[in-house]
Design a binder for this molecule. Sequence first.
Ligand code: ADP
Ligand code: MG
Length: 465
Amino acid sequence: MDINNLWRDFLKIINEEIGSRVVETWFKALTFSSWDSQAGVVYLTVPNKFVKEWIISNYQNLLITHLSRLINSPISKIVYLQSSGDNNVQITPAIKIGQGQLVKQKIERGKESNLPASYGPSIIKGHINPEYDFINFVSGPTNSLAYAAARAVAEKPGLLYNPLFIYGDSGLGKTHLLHAVGNSIQQNKSGLKILYQTADRFVGEFINAIRFDKVNEFEKLYKEIDVLLIDDIQFISNKEQTQEIFFHIFNTLYERRKQIVFTSDSLPKDIAGLADRLRTRLDGGLVTDIQIPTLETKIAILKKKSEQHGEQLPDNVAQCLAELDVNNIRQLEGLLVRLYAYAALTKREIDIDLAKEVCVNHTKSAIKLTLDLNTIGTKVAKYYSYTVQDLKSNKRLKQLALARHVAMYCMKRFTDNSLNDIATFFKKKDHSTIIYAIEKIEKLKLSDNNLSRDLAQLESKAFRE
Ligand code: ADP
Ligand code: MG
């Protein structure tokens, strides 16, 4: 799973739960560095001790609850890595350009930032994913225009389509193409400064720049770039101040004939809360889309991904996977990974029977889509020998309260409903009770064997009946 996407989903959830102010002030200051799924440890990078302590005392449980849900495995610990060793030094946000990983410099508080001499071209290193190149990208009827345009732009940056705007649904290869442009230009050794950046990172950095009074440097750094690759520009919607500065950066780069490529989940005209003049700019070059792949493209992608991992996927297996109702390539890849993992675990050859078994599991794991609040309420109530009315009541019997909390927990876990929806289901005024319940069950299930058995039975049996 892509860490950036995961973190973005996490931020969306938090945004929904406790509001954008907290997200902008605290969570955007964090970087999701990595996780060790076996040990159940998540590594987050924090800018300083202050943020770390605040997060621990206020949001630790939220982090654990939602991250474990998104990662789909329990988290026992969060390790906070501090991006600067002691409290008197900080990383200057303005040079944290590009995923925050590339140029890290300690700068004493109050002193001017002295950028490393090698800043510039070196900024491209480390955050353009070398695996996403044109060779690995399968072009088919539903992405050929975007593919051709991206290739053209990579060959003659700034000269042909500027900006290039690629839009389409999630998991269809937009980010891949964007990296491919970066990789290709990088391989040409033209010495051009390339920057890949997601729009939400851009927003986050901008807010940091404001917070640390580094807006000028922030703007200057962006304006020095030769090829700017901005992923998921829709995340800039409704961020007026960020749009304003982005507009200036865009104009400068555009006037200097620097190449800009955007991806988005929708057309410029459909991005809500976008200032008109920015919309016009985004619309002003070549706008092209990527649509759901055809069966043949899906098969070709599956085979190519297998080859990349040194495997040969039999034709009929590729066909079997491609025929599933999965159009998101990311999910399709997930199935492929699962297939290989399953084969390794069971020490079996990859063949059509194995593929079918994995596909059946896949359909089962779609449980999330088929459960609604009422079904979960009914099934949990029945499991504990109560009725849904009991669950919705204010009665405080110990066992009933437990059943109620389990239901709340399962609703959050197995549906996409918001906390507010769940609160409404239980006729609660706000969702704090729900958060409390989820946190309680999360904690309790680690130590209470009866509870973990109940949860496992609900998930593996009751919810599937
Ligand atoms: P998006 O940015 O549109 O959500 P991504 O670019 O992240 O999608 O693609 C998701 C996954 O699917 C990536 O691993 C990518 O390599 C793969 N993928 C998507 N389209 C193609 C394609 N045409 N050829 C090869 N791989 C693809
Ligand atoms: Mg993407």
